[in-house]
Every structure is written in C-alpha cells, then in structure tokens.
Design a protein around this ligand. Structure first.
Ligand code: 6R9
Length: 688
C-alpha cells in the first residue's frame, strides 16, 4: 500500500467514544482486561472455560504443536448441556430462548425448557435412525427453530453436524454430503422465501439421485404443508397454490413430525472430550472444492461464549438478533453456541428483508423489542439504497447496540447504520473473524472502545494479531506488556501518516481456531500455515493506525497493483459509495498492458439518481479527490445488481473474468447467475 493511498483511506478521522449512558451499565468498563489477558493469555482463557459446565476437568490448558492446537486437554463436556440443560437446571426453564418468526408471519415463542424437550426428542430420533457418536449428520433446513434444534441434537449425542445453507443447489449439497460422508440428512418439505417456497426436499432428492451413497435416512420436517394445498406465504401476499415437494421414498424418508411425536424427552448429554469434533462447516476457497472446516468442542464453546458476552455486552434481558442463517459460521457461533451458552433470548427469522415489504426487518425489531442487532454491511447498503422511509415507519428505540460482520464496512454505511438505525445512541461493533477462526477475533468492546467508522479496532483480549510484510517480516507497530489499548500515540505506535500496512497474521493459538480441513491435512497446512513460518495466515490485508487500530482491507487477493501502486479494491469502493448518487460498488483490477492493472468499477446507483451523461466523469473525479488520481477508475459500468455469493460476498473473481472476457467459471455459489450474464452482456456492449 503506497503512503499516498494509505493516508487518504485513513482520512476517516471521525471517532465515537462509548456513550455515557451505555457505559453506565456496560459489562466491561475497564481497559485493564486487555492487560490481564495479555499478561497470561492461557490462564485468561482458562478463566472463561471455567464458566462452562465440565463433567471432568482438563489437565492441560493448551498443547501447541504448530499447526495443531489442543485446548483444555483431558476435559469432558457437552455443548448442548452448556447451551440448554444447565440453564433449565439453574431455573431459567421459562426464559425465552427463541422468538422464531416465519416469513409467512407465524411467530413461536420457545422457552429453554421446551428447547430441552424438543432437542432431546430429536436426539432420540437421530439415535433411532442409527446415528452414533462421531457420525456426520447433514442439515439442510430453512432458518426455522428446528435448525438450531438439529445442531444441538447432534451435539447432545456426540454426532458431528454439517449444516449446508438452504440456498445451495443439489450439486453443492451432494458435494458436501459426500465429502463429509454423512449418514443421515435432515431437511424440510420447503421453506418460505421471498413470498414463495424453496423446495428443499425436491433439491435434496436430486442431490441423492446423483450421489450420496452414505445417506441411509432422510428426516423431513413438515414446514410448508402438503403440496397442492393453498398456503399464504406472507402477511398480505398472494396465496401460493403449489410447489414441488419431492417424491416420498419409503424406507428412506421419515416424517419429522411423526418421529418426534413418539420420541422420549429423556436423552442424557453424552460426555465428550474437549477436542472431539463438534462440527464441519464448508467454506469456499479462492480455488478448488470447498473446504470442510473442522471445529472442536471445548475451545470453540469457550471463545464463542466469551466473545458473545463481551462484544455484545450481554445483559440477561436482551433480545438479540443475529440476522445470519445457520448455514454460515455466523449462525453457528452467534445464533447457536455463543448466545445460547449465555442463556440469551433471540429472534430468528426465516425469510428475506423485503417480504412482504422493505420494512420487514424494522417491523421485526419493533414487534419483538430487539435490543442488539448483528448484521452485514451488504444488508446495510441495501437498506441505504431502499431509503430511510422504511426504518422511519417503525419504532427502533429498543435498540442499544449494533454489530457488523462479513466484510469491511465502508464509513458511509457505518454512519448511516449509526444514525438511521441506531438513532445516534447505539455503539457499533465491527467484528472481524472467519469460518476458520470460529469466533470474533478483532472487535471493539462497546463499553470501552472509541470506535472509528471502518475500523474493527483491536484484537479481543487474549488474541494476538500481527502485521506482516509479504516476505514474512513482522512489522506490528504495537506490542508489549501494556497491550494495544494502552499504547499512547507516538510511543511505540507509528506517527499519523506513517500507518503500517501489510498482511494480517495470528501468532498465538486461540481456543476457537479450526482444527483442520476435513480429510485433508495437507491442504490445511498449505492454505493457512505455509505463508509465514510460525503464524496463521487468514488471507486479509490490514493497516494499523497511530492509535493501534486495525483497518481490515479485505482479502489480499482483492488488492490491485496499478502502475506499481497497491490499491485496495475496498478503498476505491468506499470512495465511490461516498458519492451521493451511489448505492453500492464493486471494484476489480483488470489486466492492462501499460499499467499492469487497470481499475474497473461496477456501480449501482441509488433509486432516483438520474443517469446523466457526465456521471462517469464525475465519479472518477470523486474517487480522484478522495484517494488520489492513481485510484481513479478506468472503467465505470452501471448495473442493477452485483454477483454475490449466497452469504453476500461480492464475487470479484467472477467480475474479473467478466471484465477480462474469460469464461465464467464455477457459479454454483452465485445467488443469481443471471446477474453475471447480464453484466457480461453489458460489459461486452461497452467494450465494443
Ligand atoms: C464471519 C465471516 C471471512 C472473511 C474474512 C474477511 C471478511 C469478515 C469482516 C471482514 C473486514 C470485518 N470479513 N468480517 N472484513 N471487516 N468485520 O464472515 O466468515 O464467511 O468465513 O468470511 O470475511 O475477508 O477473511 P467467512
């Protein structure tokens, strides 16, 4: 990153200290926690682990033999017991665990006592289907309460869950089932989505017809009702007459409703080794087939428990809403394991934010009195594009804290989120982490940290992050006994304007770290442990400013090299979105004979912005003014939508392919493949 672009990006110098009213009742108020953790990280993590219930204590807190870490070795526990049974035993049985809202408008309030019963019955059903400890169970369900139940039922009996997002295709499902060697598949007749039905059972049938020899039983949840009947898909929307439900296969397919009805609620939690596998979750790499990320029990539960409690400032009366689906890691760690280990009350919602209208999220917040909202920048930018009228329709005064995850949040979206959704009174926690890290790694602590829009601020206590150069030289500007928080500007930190940029690395093992890639130890070493000799490589670029704040810059492969200057795609996107007419932007570097790479920008305009002739020039000038002439896009393409993965990440590789006229490649993870085709057409038209 050149000093010129570095400085410009960091011109974002707005700072938001924690509001006094928030600090007054915040869980963590003293920066001392950073010093304590840094003084002895292993004992610090032990103190968190001790807050969980263990059937047997561990004898060794950490065994570290790079790249293999084991935490709380010798300890025995059960994740489901910690998320459910211990709360019921402590008298919290009547506390609401879930406020589960279907897209069709049905709402269920489910107390912890009922979760315990439902999960126990389901666990007994799994046993009756032949599932035993260590078996893999594939879960392909809509975002209804039965999805967390399914995960917890597996954990209860020591089976390994592999959740596949309900938006994935038959081919993607087949690939994941086969890689994990799953024995049983849990699915539903369908799920409500955008006013219609996603025919999950039919897709699962297709996956099973093209492979998946290890699957012996399919448990089918009755979610949308009998095919051929007429059902209302969402309040105020049309009636959906019928859908493809898939054929029933006797001997293989089992009715969820019937099986659970006759199952016993008596199912003791299996004592598991701390290092036994809790789950596998597939994540796409930049190349090759998806990687089955493996997480174990003791360390993962400890870190999700700790980070949920401190980052989201857990208060017993909170109503927490993480909008992620359990098909993604965010749903694993911040719908199921972190919040439930803390006995939190949560909203879960099945459908899309624009069904029946674009105010659905705000209606949900108002209806359930949501106090803490955790969502993604891509959603926030979509809401910005739709306009303020939708949130303005609802009373959002119950909100007290906001979170962001999934990609860097541009300051523009941050400030909109803060003002329009948070009414200017809610701190924002921008949380950096990955499927592989299992839990939050870099984030503000909302009662302590002064936030800056666009920065995830500082590593969570007990997490050690470093900044490395390409060659492996450690240039972390701030280290030492006092910790990141305590470093006064100008002491060991770089002076303003001398911010250090490089590649993020994690030097010490952390409890929630991945234990490997399912069935592929060589790839595990190669992807994460070969870039630096003795540190984990997450693949993200980072800058640290004069206050020791981390600014995550996106994937390192999202960095462009233009005339010898490093420019982050995200930096240019941020500048474009800063223009009043722009709703969203995706930037890629395309091959250029003279400059190495030229900058191509794909831009979505805000509703109501006129497509004036001079607009491309105006946008280029705007970027030049924000970052410098070097970052000025060469091409600007206006489009109606961007190609995104189903988790909402822009598929830059695909945009690069489109911009350079190559074959489209694998689009199985694309939310809407038609988007790419239309982009390509448009691009070719402009090229000609
Ligand atoms: C939790 C999750 C991981 C990648 C990660 C990074 C990006 C996530 C971010 C962020 C900047 C944040 N990322 N949170 N970048 N600021 N707050 O999203 O996991 O789907 O595995 O993605 O997402 O690039 O490396 P996952």
């Amino acid at each position: 990153m050149s000093q010129q672009t570095l400085g410009a990006y960091l011109d974002e110098d707005r700072a938001f200290p924690p509001p006094t009213a928030f600090v007054a009742s915040a869980r963590v108020r003293k920066p001392q926690v950073y010093r304590d953790a840094m003084a002895d990280p292993v004992s610090y993590w032990e103190s968190w682990a001790k807050q969980l219930d263990w059937f047997e204590a561990w004898h060794t807190a950490l065994r570290w033999n790079l790249p293999d870490a084991q935490w709380f070795v010798g300890g025995k526990l059960n994740a489901c017991h910690n998320c459910v049974d211990r709360h019921v035993a402590a008298g919290l049985g009547e506390k609401t665990a879930f406020l589960a809202e279907g897209e069709n408008g049905d709402v269920r309030s489910i107390p912890y006592r009922q979760v315990q019963d439902e999960v126990s019955k389901l666990a007994n059903v799994l046993k009756s289907l032949g599932v035993t400890k260590g078996d893999r169970v594939c879960v392909y369900l809509p975002m209804v309460a039965e999805l967390p139940f399914a995960m917890l039922a597996c954990a209860r009996i020591g089976a390994i869950h592999s959740v596949v997002f309900g938006g994935f295709s038959a081919e993607a499902l087949r690939e994941r089932i086969e890689d994990a060697g799953a024995k049983v598949l849990l699915t539903a007749d369908g799920g409500w989505r955008r006013g219609g039905v996603t025919p999950l059972k039919a897709i699962a049938d297709e996956a099973l017809s093209i492979g998946c020899p290890t699957i012996s039983k399919v448990l089918v949840l009755e979610r949308v009702g009998a095919p051929g009947s007429t059902v209302q898909a969402a309040n105020g929307t049309k009636l959906v007459p019928t859908y493809e439900a898939g054929a029933w296969r006797e001997g293989r397919d089992v009715s969820w409703k019937e099986a659970v009805a006759s199952a016993s609620t008596d199912c003791p939690c299996e004592p598991m080794d701390s290092e036994d596998t809790l789950y596998i979750l597939y994540t796409s790499g930049s190349t090759g087939k998806p990687k089955g990320i493996v997480h174990s029990i003791g360390g993962y539960l400890t870190q999700t428990y700790a980070t949920y409690q401190w980052v989201f400032d857990h208060q017993p009366e909170d109503v927490f809403w993480c909008t992620a689906d359990c098909g993604w890691v965010t749903g694993h760690s911040y719908v199921v394991y972190g919040p439930m280990a803390n006995a939190a009350t949560q909203v879960i919602y099945e459908g899309t934010p624009d069904t029946p209208d674009k105010d659905r999220f705000w209606r949900i917040i108002e209806r359930h009195g949501v106090t803490v909202l955790y969502t993604a920048p891509t959603a926030i930018r979509t809401f910005m594009k739709w306009g303020e009228e939708y949130p303005r329709r609802c009373d959002l005064s119950s909100l007290r804290l906001l979170g962001s995850v999934g990609e860097p949040i541009n300051p523009e979206a941050w400030v909109w989120y803060h003002e329009v959704i948070g009414g200017g009174r809610c701190p924002i926690v921008d949380t950096w982490w990955q499927t592989e890290t299992g839990a939050i790694m870099i984030s503000p602590l909302p009662g302590i940290t002064t936030t800056k829009p666009g920065s995830a601020t500082q590593p969570f206590p007990g997490i050690s992050c470093a900044v490395m150069l390409e060659g492996g030289e450690d240039v972390t500007p701030i280290q030492g006994a006092l910790g990141y928080m305590q470093c006064a500007r100008g002491e060991t930190a770089p002076a303003r304007g001398e911010e250090r940029g490089g590649i993020l690395a994690i030097r010490q093992p952390w409890p929630g770290m991945l234990r490997g890639i399912w069935g592929d130890p060589a790839r595990f070493r190669d992807v994460y442990w070969s870039k630096f000799p003795d540190a984990y490589f997450p693949g993200d670029g980072v800058k640290v400013d004069g206050d020791g704040y981390f600014w995550l810059l996106g994937r390192v492969d999202d960095v462009m090299l233009v005339s010898g200057h490093n420019i982050s795609t995200m930096e240019v996107e941020s500048a474009l979105v800063d223009h009043q007419g722009v709703a969203e932007a995706a930037v890629i570097g395309r091959a250029d004979a003279i400059k190495g790479q030229a900058i191509a920008a794909f831009v979505i305009l805000k509703a109501g912005t006129p497509m004036a002739d001079g607009l491309p020039a105006e946008l280029k000038a705007h970027v030049a003014q924000k970052i410098g002439p070097i970052a000025k896009p060469d091409d600007i393409h206006f489009c109606a939508d961007l190609p995104k993965t189903r988790s909402g990440k822009i598929m830059r590789r695909l945009l690069r392919d489109v911009a350079e006229g190559r074959a489209l490649g694998d689009t199985t993870t694309l939310a809407d493949p038609a988007v790419v085709a239309s982009l390509k057409e448009r691009y070719e038209h402009l090229e000609g």
